[in-house]
Design a protein around this ligand. Structure first.
Ligand code: PEP
Length: 247
């Protein structure tokens, strides 16, 4: 049985003063939910998240990480630095990184490996664009994204990783994949893993992300292969995020 997980992705939002109420509310509210809960916040707020969330059931992490361990990579943040700040997880391959910052499948796979090497749980995002869905290549795109990581890290790496299916056309657009559309892709992701190792495929948590709201969370999370959510916009409103965690 896979335990549900809900991860908030604040994206580039927040302020030191404004974060306090949100972090405190999530900390208090999450104590009463069965799912595991994590927040991925902007780098400058990781220490604050650690201070407020330490000792609670809410884990914290970053939204990206360098594929390199250290060196002349101005502006980058290494996985070891995130671990130093008490992070337990990090998002890799978010579609905004893939499309705006040129993260290729190979770079995403290297980030995945770097995260695990530092003891962090990578949350690997995969998903197709609207044009890709409309041209019927969703399976090929998602499989290609997964295969890059399987080739670099091996299937056993999934024992300490999380996968998030995020159709790009549903992120921040208000358009949600229908529960059936999402389940179909989640099933294919699990089948891809099962082709490598059936037991690992059964225990890997696969989250759905893309305009999840309190009103649609329950039906999405009720699908056989959907083990929780990666939540963007709604994670900025404590009541909405906690309602999604409760779903
Ligand atoms: C995300 O940022 O990963 C995301 C799914 O955003 P939203 O929930 O706002 O669509």
């Amino acid at each position: 049985m896979r335990k549900s997980l809900v991860v908030g992705n604040w994206k580039m939002h927040g302020s030191l003063a404004g974060n306090v109420a949100l972090l405190e509310a999530v900390k208090a509210g999450a104590a009463g939910v069965r799912a595991d809960v994590a927040l991925c916040v902007p780098y400058p707020y990781l220490a604050q998240a650690g201070t407020v969330l330490s000792g609670s059931k809410v884990a914290w992490g970053a939204q990206d990480v360098s594929e390199y361990e250290s060196g002349a990579y101005t502006g980058e943040v290494s996985a070891a630095m995130l671990a130093d700040l008490g992070c337990s997880c990090v998002i890799v391959g978010h579609s905004e990184r893939r499309s705006f910052y040129g993260d290729t499948d190979a770079v995403v796979a290297a980030k995945f490996v770097a995260a695990q090497k530092a003891g962090l749980t990578p949350i690997l995002c995969v998903g197709e664009t609207l044009a890709e869905r409309e041209s019927g290549v969703t399976t090929a795109v998602v499989t290609r994204q997964l295969d890059a990581v399987l080739a670099a890290a091996g299937v056993s790496a999934l024992k300490s990783a999380v996968v998030a299916y995020e159709p790009v056309w549903a992120i921040g657009t208000g358009k949600t994949a229908s529960p059936q559309q999402a389940q179909e892709v989640h099933a294919l992701i699990r089948a891809r893993f099962a082709a490598e190792d059936a037991a690992i495929a059964q225990t890997t948590r696969i989250l759905y992300g893309g305009s999840v709201k309190p009103a649609n969370a329950q039906e999405l999370f009720g699908q056989t292969d959907i083990d929780g959510g990666l939540i963007g916009g709604a994670s900025l409103v404590a009541a909405d995020f906690l309602a999604i965690c409760a779903a």
